[in-house]
Design a protein around this ligand. Structure first.
Ligand code: FE2
Length: 237
């Protein structure tokens, strides 16, 4: 077992980039983002505009609320390892922060995406449960390539690029939207054309990581997604 990775120290330019990203995107999300996400973000004293946050502090806040924790990883990790971590209520984050000239475009997720985008919803008990069951089911289905692809699509269209309905209105929710100024505007312009989420619909829709999204799903109810996921899993065995 390798020793846990340690978060590096950052210079003023990096802290400044973080603050710029945070300030701009928090404002941008005020009338577009789900309250489920925004209220959790605003409540987290460990995830603010002031400086690049400490992973151990955010992890402690998550642990106290929903039993989740954060683990530092060097970058993208194999899908089987990812499922295993989620099953144990552990989310992984990188610790590098983009350069000032990369505010709007990244080939690989940085810490702003991994934390600003992914951490706040993990404070929500229903979403926290979904993520754990998603991981456990992924572990169970290792080696079943078709089922793993279906799970990856579900993750993409819900966790990364989903909208949720609040008070009858669509609100941006997925981390790929919440952590990107440009993606937020793009997705918001398409909100009249959101597809009503169904598990089968998400699982049968291909996605690409190299082009801007043309399909976004609207999730009505997170417990319903969990029930549908359990029913899908039960139907496979
Ligand atoms: Fe992500």
């Amino acid at each position: 077992m390798n020793a846990p990775l340690i978060q590096p120290l950052y210079n003023e330019v990096q802290h400044g980039t973080w603050s710029t990203l945070y300030r701009r995107q928090r404002k941008n999300l005020e009338d577009k983002g789900a309250r489920l996400y925004l209220d959790a973000l605003d409540e987290m004293a460990s995830l603010t505009e002031a400086t690049i946050p400490r992973v151990d502090h955010m992890s402690a806040a998550l642990k106290a609320r929903t039993g989740w924790g954060l683990v530092i990883v060097p970058g993208l990790i194999p899908v089987d390892d990812f499922f295993a971590m989620l099953a144990q209520r552990q989310f992984c984050t990188s610790t590098w922060v983009r350069r000032p000239d990369q505010l709007d475009y990244l080939e690989e997720p940085d810490m702003f995406h991994d934390t600003f985008g992914h951490v706040p919803p993990l404070m929500n008990p229903e979403f926290a449960l979904f993520m754990q069951r998603f991981g456990e089911i992924g572990v169970d289905l290792q080696g079943n390539d078709e089922a793993v692809l279906a799970l990856q699509r579900l993750y993409w269209f819900f966790v990364e690029f989903g909208f949720v309905e609040e008070k009858g209105m669509p609100r941006a929710f997925g981390a790929g939207i919440m952590s990107s100024y440009g993606e937020t505007h793009h997705a918001w312009e398409l909100k009249a054309d959101l597809r009503r989420f169904t598990l089968e619909g998400a699982m049968s829709t291909p996605f690409t990581t190299t082009e801007i999204q043309s399909t976004y799903f609207l999730i009505k109810d997170i417990p319903e997604v969990i029930r549908d996921l359990e029913a899908w899993r039960a139907g496979l065995s």
